[in-house]
Write a protein that binds this ligand. Sequence first.
Ligand SMILES: [Fe+2]
Ligand SMILES: [Fe+2]
Length: 524
Amino acid sequence: MGRDAQTKIEQLTNLSPLIEAATASSTRLLTSQSIDELLTIVPTEETITEAEASTQRNPQTLQATLARPETGQAIGRTIAPITPNEPSPVPRPHGLDHYRMQDFPMQASDIDSEIEIHFDITGSSRTEGKMADIQSFFGDRLKQIRNQLISGGALPRRPVSIVEAWRNRQRHTSKDYEITLVGLASESRFTRAGNLSFALEDETQNIQCSLRPPSGASPLHSALDGLMNDDVVGVSGHFLLGQRSPLFMVSNIHLPPMRQHSKATAGEDQAVSAAFLSDVHVGSKTFLGPQWEKMIQWFNTDPLARTVKYFVLSGDGVDGVGIYPGQERHLAITDLFAQYGELARLLEGLPDWVDVIILPGNHDAVRPAEPQPALDPEVQQDYSDAVFVGNPCEFSLHGVRILSYHGKSIDDFVAGLRSVTYSKPEMAMRAMLERRHLAPSWGGKTPLSPEPEDRMVIQQIPDIFVTGHVHGHYVGNHKGTTIVHSSTWQDQTDYQRMLGFQPKPCILTVINLHTHESASIPFA
Ligand SMILES: [Fe+2]
Ligand SMILES: [Fe+2]
């Protein structure tokens, strides 16, 4: 509208930008003023030439300038790289101060593998899940750990059954006449006064107990840390009668004694290493493929890798299908067999001197109740050079005893003990060793199979204790046992992000079986 507007329009070499700008800003009427406004926000021949000239004068303004369409450049600004980051090469092991090649003295290809399996439930699960099975399962747990308490000298006197103690309760009503009981603890909670209250049950009866934290007790003392449901413990104390409900006042709580463990070592002529990993979660969209390639490259080129004879995968090798509601959205491979096929393909990249040991986890295609049997023979077909075992599994490599457990019960330990958090899974592992049980709580987050013999009891202290499941990473020592919390190959999931949990993916733990030196190789 108006002569001025007409003149301005006639001067333009290309009308399209003006029309686009007018459409985009819903400008219906082109007046001299609205044309000026529109021209300030659209690139025209004139403004582009002007912008280019000013860009040359002042390069910082480049980002604010739209490229000409005919240049083929992207219209817009680049605020993040479009191509994925290529992983940087692995740092050479030599010169890294956390390990020395002298501690990894032998080439894996120089000796034959020597795997001796001590416990694996595969093929020997014997339970119908009936009440009688559950009773014998707990009865056996009580018997096993009670024997450990007695033979280890943990108790100040011979323990009596709860029913016998109750019968003679009048004789044990003061600190001077204490008595010792052993039973399964349940319903533990902290009272407002700061005492730990719990029920103790043996084959005969149950009794309500109260434990006051001893002065100067460590935060790891059961009175402050708490008890897991169905823990087997010994208690010394006396009865407090005359209350509405009688109470057993605990002066001392006993766990099986754990002395400094002296580790077995592989001979000098068998000084190879074992590598530990868990939770690869193949099939998940968050599986870290390029980092896996990087590890395979490392295995085929690095001197330290030449010492690795065993590769232990402690469960959740694949992400599985139907493990949690809505999982399909997070899957890159939606077929379970295709997931296992892909894991087999990924492991094919390992050099042929490496033997793989595979346990199942809670994402795998086996029964969830622990102990879990090994993966199905149909799945195993795809794999060469792999040994399939159950979860947990106790085995020795050249005489070094390893207890590998996927670690589902860490979820229960986080809920049950004050000292355990998801960022400190090693505290759960410490607690498992101390109470000689991998997964005490029935009816919690860990499904248990009520076998007539409770094989989740830690019968022998291992030289190396390995778990996974919570996607952290840790290597350390607890009273002489090497504790390894294996890393994952899965990036942070939506669920973990929601919880604010930061996983520690792509770290391979290597332990020499002769020197017991460890190395943690990061591939992230
Ligand atoms: Fe996992
Ligand atoms: Fe898991």
